[in-house]
Design a protein around this ligand. Sequence first.
Ligand code: CA
Length: 220
Amino acid sequence: MRLLLVEDDSMIGEAIRAGLKRDGFAVDWVRDTASARRALETEPFELLLLDLGLPGGDGLTLLEALRARGAALPVLIITARDAVADRVAGLDAGADDYLVKPFDLDELAARIRALLRRKSGRSEPHLEHLDVVLDPATHRVTRDGTEVSLSPREFALLELLLERPGAILSRGQLEERLYGWGEEVESNAVEVHIHGLRRKLGAGFILTVRGVGYRVRPAR
Ligand code: CA
């Protein structure tokens, strides 16, 4: 899952990026509103983590502009502004959640998972398809009740495919969502991870749609 972090404080930004990376998220980090605007126009993000006090313009203004043009991306405000009036203003400007600094990284990750769940229309915390169950919180995957050990990239790729079991995702779409800026992507990386997943989950669990991409096997 690829997230955009907008945060001008180096220490806080670094801590959030490192913490979320450990939790399996690909985090792109910008420090001002102009860069955030550019990034949002050109890259596919699943969620926006938005500080409010930023160089080049307030985060709230960015959020209002984003909603004005109809962007449905979930937005979580992370700020030191803890007054009730600030929280109300943030949520009313279109934020989906609001977390006051300093916060615990585990809580941040849990709130992100909750927002992503809501975004994909799920209420239950697990992703389940056929005999495979994936738990985004614990990073555990089981097949027919037996735990399967996946690499972090295999896990992230499977999560993307299970989010919308009917969707076909192209190699390019998977690469964009799996890797952040500056991360080296081997040309056949997606194929290698698909191969690994098929070995562990059964050859027929992920289908290749020739010339288009990949999807999970339909339930019937
Ligand atoms: Ca700030």
